[in-house]
Design a protein around this ligand. Structure first.
Ligand code: 5AD
Ligand code: SF4
Length: 427
């Protein structure tokens, strides 16, 4: 999401005559786009500011700005705490960046952290910098109103709002014409996307279909789905189109119904497993990935065991796993105590990671001997003798270079695998 936002910021700045550079020392302006999801993310940003301070000592005219969630969360307090900052802008105020920069030029520090009810940057065509030219993100909605107890997002990204469906399809068409072959539709909770115009409602399933119809050679992915809103209608749409990738990211967070209740997630363990069963029956072979939080408030050993057993039952292909980090002002910070000792959080997280490694190994092993369709993204990171791409299930596949080019689809027979990569041969 931040990557996609940075592309919007780049477009706004390009209009003002600015260009981007890969050499940070030659930059006149440095904006750092920030995340507040866990304390660790914010600590890393603070460290990065120390480095920017050292650049500023060498170049006193350098303008340094902080964008995004951390700017939104801490507001002008940041300008006092971090002397290096000239400017802060929250996620809904990027259109104001030229104005804020003018203020800085006239010698003042500048800030805009107003949240909006309707900003979606729908008309802004993002600058695809640092792109492989094959896959791109399209932001389809902003904000979130689910108020999961642990989560800072509703406070820093504001109310949920969907972007004009036609502007999304147009962006996908333009990308296709430029040679892109894969788009990922982005939102905090894409399943609750809805756009109404002239009495006609477009749901997420409808939008996905509209984008899939742009061209059968354009792959479509999406993230993130919320288990409480993942409909059979959507699974049916996914089944009908070969170019809608068979991969669903469905964060569960915990396997314990009691903890899910405390987290305000809106589903039980059984309801989550029922959704997994629906995916398995409507979309056989679909990859399923998830997110977990270890050591949420009041989590007992029993709750943790339920998380491990849910992981086994669901058989996730891969997951993102985190230890709980209390965020100021969230429901959990107000209502509950962050009372799972640090060593216990670490141990539980370790167990979740170890189990997932085993599940990912099993998932990759099942692919050996199969022939999968790979969209070539470019040379592999390690060697120009190999191409790298992904299959529909979003697994990275590496194979010896053929006469094909990036952007083309090739069948690849999988021979072996490492923890994060399938390795095979085109044929
Ligand atoms: N502590 C730890 N992990 C968190 N996440 C969100 N908030 C927190 C928090 N306070 C995780 C969730 C979410 C992912 C994007 O980040 O698993 O799905
Ligand atoms: Fe945070 Fe929950 Fe919204 Fe996801 S759905 S962004 S976890 S509040």
């Amino acid at each position: 999401m931040n990557f996609s936002d940075s592309e919007i910021v780049a477009a706004i700045l390009e209009k003002e005559g600015y260009g981007s550079t890969k050499d940070i020392r030659s930059a006149d302006i440095i904006f750092i786009n920030t995340c507040s999801i866990r304390d660790h993310a914010e600590q890393r940003i603070r460290k990065r500011l120390e480095y920017l301070q050292s650049l500023k000592r060498k170049n006193p005219h350098l303008v340094v700005g902080m964008l995004g969630c951390m700017a939104e969360r801490l507001k002008t307090q940041l300008l006092e705490e971090e002397q290096v900052l000239d400017l802060i802008a929250g996620p809904d105020s990027y259109r104001d960046l030229p104005g804020l920069m003018a203020e800085v030029e006239s010698g003042r520090k500048a800030a805009n952290t107003l949240l909006s009810m309707d900003e979606t940057y729908a008309d802004i065509s993002p600058v695809r910098y640092d792109s492989n030219g094959i896959s791109a993100f399209i932001s389809i909605m902003r904000g979130c109103e689910n108020y999961c107890a642990y989560c800072v997002v509703p406070y820093v990204r504001g109310q949920e709002r969907s972007r004009d469906a036609d502007s999304i399809t147009k962006e996908a068409e333009e990308l296709f014409h430029k040679g892109f072959r894969e788009v990922t539709l982005l939102g905090q909770n894409v399943n609750s996307y809805q756009w109404i115009r002239d009495g006609k409602k477009t749901t997420f399933a409808g939008l996905l279909e509209q984008v899939a119809l742009v061209n059968p050679l354009l792959r479509v992915r999406f993230a993130t789905s919320h288990p409480k809103d993942l409909s059979d209608e959507l699974l049916g749409t996914m089944a009908r189109y070969n170019n809608i990738c068979k991969s669903i990211h469905l964060p569960v967070q915990s396997g314990s119904t009691r903890i899910l209740g405390h987290m305000n997630r809106g589903y039980t363990r059984d309801q989550y497993l029922e959704r997994i069963a629906a995916i398995r029956s409507i979309l056989p072979g679909c990859a399923i990935s998830s997110d977990f939080i270890a050591g949420f408030c009041d989590e007992t050993e029993e709750d943790h065991k339920e998380t491990l057993s849910l992981m086994e039952q669901a058989g996730f292909d891969y997951t993102f796993m985190f230890r709980y980090s209390e965020r100021p002002d969230t429901l959990a910070a107000e209502r509950y105590q962050d009372n799972v000792p640090s060593e216990l959080k670490d141990r539980r997280l370790r167990e979740i990671i170890d189990l997932q490694q085993r599940l990912s190994y099993q998932s990759n092993k099942k692919d050996v001997g199969k022939t999968v369709e790979v969209l070539i993204e470019g040379f592999s990171k390690r060697s120009d003798a190999f191409y790298s791409g992904r299959n529909s299930q979003n697994k990275v596949v590496v194979f010896p270079v053929t006469g094909n080019h990036p952007g083309e689809y090739v069948p690849v027979k999988i021979n072996r695998f490492t923890s994060a990569t399938l390795i095979g041969e085109a044929g």
